[in-house]
Write a protein that binds this ligand. Structure first.
Ligand code: TYM
Length: 332
């Protein structure tokens, strides 16, 4: 079975529609055909200032949402990144293979550090993509399901894998991004040319998985739409309606062409109501299952411990090879 790995940050109290459509839903599908590893990347979360209590809470909420969205602990290895020490160890080795200029080209660092001012941003934020490369390479993943914003990090990962293999001998599998064009970038409801984002969208621009039906409906109804009144797919002139069409289509399995034909002459209101219902219908069962999972932390932590054990087995095997190839002396 080919192997798949992906990760998600516990940086908010809920995942949002972009995370769900761009990544999570593919994670669930891929567990049927792949040997699947999915991690909550708490080490990545501390690259920006984070309170300990919030991190602890959000890591559990994130894990609960993963199971609630359909990851099966029997089929998928779901774990917390910091539980497997090999991630930081391999990240160090890869740090030493990465050029300063190469790291400085990462656009996500530029975007995120702009908020603090580049010199106030942490070194951890700067080397963030190298830790991500370690996450992927440790598991010898063939495929990495992500949204479009992760493309550049995946390219760096491949470059680092190739460099290591070239310098030290064949060790790492070259991973390919698994990106679904139709949902690779879900945009902000209030700013439909920007991606929906935990860190930069306003609350009105984001649809949270754990949000109640009332606010979800209100946000969809108030989503910025474009001039005119026709429901047509036109990315350049109608980014708001195009985004809602993409969302409707992804959630209901109806093609965009079919939706455009169906809503011909009906105006935005009727269309938005249907989008809202599709979102509510998708999120409500996930929210309810998440709440249930969070009501038994002992059980949730037990599932994560099982995941960590399975992840560690694979990660340790890779690191034995890496240590040897790099020239570190064996410990005994
Ligand atoms: P994160 O936590 O920001 O987002 C998790 C996943 O959601 C996708 N995504 C979106 N997809 C479509 N439209 C959007 N508006 C949208 N917003 C987010 C992201 O592309 C991502 O797939 N660096 C990663 C986490 C990570 C990782 C890894 C991923 C750490 N190690 C190893 C893959 C493999 C991140 O910040 O994702």
């Amino acid at each position: 079975r080919p192997r798949v790995l992906s990760g998600i940050q516990p940086t908010a109290d809920s995942f949002h529609l972009g995370n769900y459509l761009g990544a999570l839903r593919q994670w669930v599908t891929l567990q049927e055909t792949h040997d699947a590893f999915y991690c909550v990347v708490d080490l990545h979360a501390i690259t920006v200032p984070t309170e300990a209590a919030a991190l602890r809470r959000r890591t559990r909420v994130a894990a609960a949402q993963l199971f609630a969205a359909g990851l099966d602990p029997e089929r998928s290895t779901v774990f917390v990144q910091s539980h497997v020490r090999e991630h930081t160890e391999l990240a160090w080795v890869l740090n030493c293979l990465t050029g300063m200029g190469e790291a400085a080209r990462m656009t996500q660092f530029k975007d995120k550090s702009a908020k603090f001012g580049e010199s106030a941003a942490s070194v951890g934020l700067f080397t963030y993509p190298i830790l991500q490369a370690a996450d992927i390479l440790l598991y010898q993943a063939n495929s990495v399901p992500v949204g479009a914003d992760q493309k550049q990090h995946l390219e760096l990962t491949r470059d680092l894998a190739q460099r290591f293999n070239h310098r030290y001998g064949d060790t790492f599998t070259l991973p390919a991004p698994h990106i679904l064009k139709e949902v690779e970038k879900i945009t902000d409801l209030q700013e439909p040319t920007a991606k929906m984002s935990k860190s930069s969208s306003s609350p009105a621009g984001i649809l949270d998985v754990l949000e109640q039906p009332g606010p979800l409906r209100k946000k969809v109804m108030r989503a910025v739409t474009d001039t005119g009144s026709e429901v047509v797919f036109d990315e350049a002139n109608k980014p708001g309606i195009s985004n809602l069409l993409r969302i409707h289509s992804a959630l209901t399995g109806t093609s965009i062409a079919e939706l455009v034909a169906r809503f011909d002459g009906q105006g935005y209101g009727t269309f938005k109501k249907e989008v809202a219902e599709a979102v509510v219908e998708t999120f409500t069962p996930i929210r309810e299952r998440t709440e249930k999972l969070l009501s038994d932390e002992t059980e949730l932590d037990r599932l994560l411990a099982i995941g960590a054990g399975r992840a560690r087995d694979v990660a340790q095997r890779t690191m034995v090879q890496v240590r040897d190839r790099v020239g570190f002396l064996p410990t005994s």
